[in-house]
Design a protein around this ligand. Structure first.
Ligand SMILES: [Zn+2]
Length: 129
């Protein structure tokens, strides 16, 4: 079972284009590999929790940036850059967490989400993305 963003979510997650907001599909899953709360592949956003449909969730904003990155780069380029960043970071830093945080897509999604949160003045506990 999947869903689209609600009209309210489409209105509020304005850090990505309307096309991306309409493109996204949400799938609730019992758990994700690595203990993450959200994971995106192409247009599909997998979420462990999906009770909040009012458009104020930083995790959803973050994952929508990944939908945009996939759309812009295509799956192959996205995956090639994502994993080359990760393994290069891992070799350099010898820490999964640091290597993960340094991936260009993750940096980009964090920065965009942070700007969006500050612009909205939203204060909500963060999920781990
Ligand atoms: Zn991410």
């Amino acid at each position: 079972m999947w869903r689209r963003l609600t009209p309210q979510e489409i209105e509020r997650y304005d850090l990505v284009s309307l096309e991306i907001r309409q493109r996204a599909r949400i799938v609730k899953v019992p758990r994700l590999f690595g203990g993450y709360d959200g994971l995106t592949s192409g247009r599909i956003i997998f979420l462990v929790e999906d009770n909040d449909h009012d458009g104020g969730r930083p995790l959803m904003a973050h994952e929508l940036v990944h939908v945009e990155q996939f759309r812009r780069q295509g799956r192959l380029v996205f995956a090639a850059l994502y994993f080359s960043d990760y393994f290069r970071g891992l070799a350099r830093q010898r820490s999964h967490r640091k290597a993960y945080l340094d991936i260009r897509h993750e940096r980009g999604a964090r920065e965009r989400t942070q700007e969006w949160v500050e612009r909205r003045g939203s204060v909500r506990p963060r999920d781990s993305e």
